[in-house]
Design a protein around this ligand. Structure first.
Ligand SMILES: Nc1ncnc2c1ncn2[C@@H]1O[C@H](COP(=O)(O)OP(=O)(O)OP(=O)(O)O)[C@@H](O)[C@H]1O
Length: 330
């Protein structure tokens, strides 16, 4: 289990004395086999969370506990082992694979390290390549000796997932993992991620701006709606989708086509938020207030805290609006 507490990350901005507050204090837990989706617009800090969890970035402040142990207080060897258990699936599978190496070679390299660690021989590696390719829905005989450019985007992403599985991860961080894949192949990859979670008990951190995709992979999971490095709302997947309370979540949901044909639009489906102003430097009060159609004076003066009993929101005036609408009989 991973517990992340009050994660903050600042980057140097473009000007000499400017800073970008990518994360302003985000806390969450990922249970074994659980699914957590982070949704929000571009620049809200989603990717930074994924990069910190996979060890590619270090936070400016905050703690990460792995089964109760503080990762940043571990010996280097143990910390490396923790980050091995958290594997990142990028949005661009073509960039993630070496074009000069066959699919088999791409899997064999990390498997050799695992074989050495576990005391297995070459035949284990061979059978593991076959097993993993099959697990991700590829025919080993057909794809093994091919190069990445000979596969479709969907097949390449399956190879990337198989490669991530070589090191026997406990958590997969999928960062916009289907956004660069042909629309017709996306559902297959989402289904694969969902199946891996269910069949191998792998936890999933699903980073996306696509609410419908988060809903699909996040069955029985939670969604965190992120705005400017803070959690605007968090709840079970169904509560966020069907009963969002924060105007920002409602705005995100109103941008989604009616979901999967099982819902009809409600009377307040479209929330008239203002466009994001890239030069907006708001740092006090609610960071969403400059765009919020419901903001009042207090919103500009006081930062709303994230509160609730499982369905939590950081809003002075949370109201359930029928943005996605009433569910009708499926
Ligand atoms: N290495 C960096 N140096 C400076 N600023 C950065 C760096 N990485 C990210 N940022 C900034 O931090 C903020 C959060 O970025 P992040 O990539 O986490 O957002 P995101 O929600 O994943 O967006 P996207 O969907 O576009 O990837 C953005 O303002 C971004 O410009």
């Amino acid at each position: 289990m991973i517990e992340v507490k009050d994660l903050k990350k600042t980057y140097a901005g473009r000007g000499s004395d400017t800073v970008v507050q990518a994360l302003r204090g985000v806390s969450f837990e990922i249970q074994n086999g659980g699914a957590l989706s982070f949704i929000g617009e571009s620049g809200c800090g989603k990717t930074t969370v994924g990069r910190i969890l996979t060890g590619l970035e270090t936070p400016t402040a905050g703690t990460i506990l792995w089964n109760g142990q503080d990762v940043y207080k571990m010996k280097a060897k143990d910390k490396k082992e923790v980050f091995r258990k958290v594997q990142l699936i990028h949005q661009d599978p073509y960039q993630a694979l070496n074009p000069a190496r066959t699919i088999e070679q791409a899997l064999v390299d990390p498997l050799k390290v695992m074989a050495k660690k576990k005391g297995h021989d070459g035949s284990w590696i061979e059978s593991r390549v076959t097993e993993l390719l099959t697990l991700v829905g590829l025919d080993p005989a057909t794809v093994m000796y091919k190069y990445p450019h000979m596969l479709s985007g969907g097949q390449r992403q399956r190879v990337v997932i198989a490669r991530a599985l070589t090191v026997e991860p406990e958590v997969l961080v999928a960062d916009e993992a289907v956004s660069m894949i042909d629309v017709s192949l996306r559902l297959g990859i989402l289904k694969l991620l969902r199946d891996l979670r269910q069949n191998l008990n792998i936890s999933l951190l699903f980073i996306t701006h696509d609410v419908a995709a988060a809903r699909y992979v996040g069955t029985n999971g939670e969604i965190y709606v992120i705005y400017k490095g803070l959690v605007a709302e968090k709840a079970t997947t169904d509560d966020i989708i069907l009963r969002p309370k924060h105007p920002y979540s409602q705005a995100l949901l109103s941008a989604v086509p009616v979901l999967k044909g099982i819902e009809v639009p409600g009377p307040e489906r479209f929330i008239p938020v203002k466009e994001m102003d890239q030069n907006d430097q708001t740092d006090a009060g609610c960071l969403f207030a400059p765009r919020c159609p419901f903001a009042q004076d207090v919103c500009k003066a006081e930062r709303p805290q994230l509160t609730g009993q499982g369905h939590d929101f950081a809003c002075h005036f949370p109201v359930e609006r029928h943005v996605v609408a009433t569910q009708v009989e499926a």
